[in-house]
Ligand binder design. Structure first.
Ligand SMILES: [Zn+2]
Length: 159
């Protein structure tokens, strides 16, 4: 199974994350593979499906109230490698999870493929579900763009 590159150090956001990623790179261990998750991910698994597990992000985006990850159990990097039924399960798990957590609105972010194009820090396929404050709650305090949770979607094409 092709497992390289596992991590992209330049996409790490916080120092604890950088430290863990460097250790994974050194040991050639994927921190998100199901067999390694308990050792390399702090937050416990909250929901477990046939293909995916849901857990909290150990390094939530600044300003998020909810930041969970759905991690594919097998080591794949592309949506083209998803097994039949896996995409349906992802949305079904997220949907039930949001209902249980009473999350009224959120964003899903799924980076895939070459990390050079996505800003992903780990090549193992995982989806983010992110939600912060309501517009009402922050109104009259911070304005756009500082009022938004910012995430990397990739590198800008030069203008
Ligand atoms: Zn993996």
């Amino acid at each position: 199974m092709k497992k390289k590159p596992l991590v992209e150090m330049s996409h790490a956001r916080v120092s604890a994350q950088k430290k863990r990623m460097a250790e994974c790179q050194r040991l050639n261990v994927c921190p998100l593979c199901w067999e390694n998750l308990e050792e390399w991910h702090n937050a416990p698994v909250i929901k477990k499906g046939k293909f995916w597990v849901i857990t909290e992000n150990d390094y939530p985006y600044k300003g998020s109230l909810h930041h969970y990850l759905a991690i594919y159990k097998e080591h794949i990097s592309s949506i083209a490698e998803l097994k039949k039924g896996a995409s349906e399960e992802l949305f079904s798990l997220f949907s039930r999870f949001c209902a249980e957590k009473k999350i009224e609105g959120a964003s899903i972010l799924l980076r895939f493929g070459e990390m050079d194009y996505t800003g992903a820090s780990i090549s193992h396929l995982h989806a983010h579900i992110i939600s912060g404050a309501s517009k009402k709650k922050i109104e009259n305090s911070v304005k756009f763009p500082d009022s938004f949770i910012i995430s990397v979607l990739g590198y800008k094409t030069p203008e």
